[in-house]
Design a protein around this ligand. Structure first.
Ligand SMILES: *Cc1c(COP(=O)(O)O)cnc(C)c1O
Length: 454
């Protein structure tokens, strides 16, 4: 049992040079706990007939691992530009600067600098949203889910909302339209069928209890084949004739025509407003390229009613995101420069040839970095997606690196090792290889630098 007697005490380790460094970096309680855990492990190893490692070094490893945040920067090489699980949009520089300023300083969030009286936090965004969408008025909340919730609750509480069976979406997580309606206190009236809904289906359902008609952009799926939906302008006419408001949930809601950037056209927010929807809802961190937020744009009387809803306070935005949103929206005043200044659009608009050239350039260096670990890299073509429910079945031609190994589980093993890097790299597995789509790679050294730590 000589092994046990060789183990140091907790205090001996704490008072040594390594222990003092641990205390300075991580605090005494954490350092003490790590040394205790390491001593327990060492005793268990000795009981099992093995040898104990260096206790101070082991405790240091434990502390460093615990101190590493999972929220560290990583490389999104999945090919999905707006990846919900990876935080969606990367903000533009002016938006980041505005957020930092807002974090570090008092600012006139609800204060009128001209009169010295009270101001409204949404007023910083209201004018810009109206200017960019053509809407009469607008308000902002925590995210688009909240925008839909509060709009439904304001227009339809204790009443009915008419929705096509083809648009009863689940966005992921717990956001399912029927459930949100129930929580908003709105009775769901489904009309039409999964694949076909006609104007007469809506007309027949409108009655004394109708609070609103809801149109939902089918963001994450597409119904194809023998289909019919009632387009927004026609639905707006039906709603108007019945004196019932039409809420159009756009989901991603682009402020610019995506076909300008070689992508398939999606209706813009301005078009949805012009088509006659009384209210339009859309996200801040999808195609718009800003921080998480939900926008509601449309009729001034309905926006006023939403702003008076007691739920508004529960879903309002904080000053950091208001500042970042204002800076993001300002960029849209100069559409010609958008792909230079807005990372989301820059990545979406990046030509496949440019990405392919980067893949060809990087392949030898990446192959050399992976070879000692038993993996190889070669350039390949692949297909990116916008993500977050924009153009769900469309892909954008892209290029990347195809990483392979010899054993069958090579892609999974490599994927796990890349996730564990100081700068984690996330790709996707396809046909027995780990594919790194380079569309969202900021520069060559970001990848070589991250992989050098393998
Ligand atoms: C994404 C989406 C939502 C939810 O928006 P969040 O900003 O994620 O809260 C709601 N409706 C549609 C149609 C969507 O695409």
């Amino acid at each position: 049992m000589a092994g046990f007697r060789d183990l140091p005490s907790v205090d001996q380790v704490l008072n040594g040079a390594a222990g003092q460094a641990m205390i300075a970096a991580h605090g005494r309680p954490a350092a003490t706990a790590a040394i205790r855990a390491e001593l327990d492990a060492a005793r268990a190893a000795i009981r099992g007939g093995g040898a104990a490692g260096d206790v101070a070094a082991g405790a240091g490893v434990r502390l460093d691992a615990a101190a590493q945040t999972a929220l560290r920067p990583m490389l999104n090489l999945t090919g999905t530009v707006l990846h919900t699980n990876l935080g969606r949009a990367i903000l533009a520089e002016p938006a980041i600067a505005a957020a930092v300023t807002a974090m570090a300083n008092p600012l006139a969030l609800e204060f009128d600098l001209t009169t010295g009286g009270r101001g409204k936090r949404d007023d910083h965004l209201r004018g810009l949203i109206c200017e960019l969408t053509g809407a009469e008025d607008a308000t902002v909340v925590n995210n688009n889910a909240a925008a839909v919730l509060i709009a439904l609750n304001t227009l339809g509480f204790g009443r009915q909302a008419i929705v096509s069976r083809g648009e009863l979406i689940e966005i992921g997580g717990a956001f399912r339209m029927p459930d949100i309606m129930a929580r908003a206190g709105v009775e769901l009236v489904e009309v039409g069928t999964t694949n076909r809904t006609h104007p007469r289906d809506y007309s027949a359902a409108i009655g004394a209890d109708t609070g609103l008609i809801l149109k939902v952009h089918t963001s994450n799926y597409r119904i194809e084949g023998f289909t019919a939906e009632v387009a927004a302008p026609e639905l707006a006419a039906i709603a108007k004739a019945a004196g019932v408001p039409l809420l159009n949930d756009l989901g991603s809601g682009s402020l610019v025509d995506l076909s300008t950037y070689g992508l398939r056209r999606e209706p813009t927010v301005a078009e949805a407003v012009a088509e006659g929807a009384d209210l339009v809802t859309f996200s801040g961190d999808k195609l718009l390229g800003g921080p998480q937020a939900g926008f509601i744009a449309g009729r001034a009387d309905l926006i006023a009613a939403i702003d008076k809803n007691p739920l508004k306070r529960a879903v309002r935005l904080d000053k950091i995101r208001i500042a970042a949103l204002e800076a993001t929206l300002r960029l849209y005043r100069n559409p010609d420069r958008l792909t230079e200044v807005l990372p989301t659009l820059a990545m979406l608009a990046r030509p496949a040839a440019d990405i392919a050239a980067q893949a060809a350039r990087l392949a030898p260096a990446i192959d050399a970095l992976l070879a000692p670990h038993g993996f190889a890299a070669a350039p390949c073509t692949c297909a990116s997606q916008i993500g977050s429910g924009a153009l769900p079945v469309d892909t954008i031609p892209s290029a990347g690196l195809r990483l392979t190994g010899t054993s069958g589980d090579a892609p999974d093993r490599l994927a796990a090792r890349l996730r564990a890097l100081p700068t984690p790299i996330i790709g996707h597995i396809r046909d027995g290889a780990l594919i790194l789509d380079l569309r969202c790679l900021p520069n060559d050294t970001a990848l070589t630098g991250a992989l050098a730590a393998l």
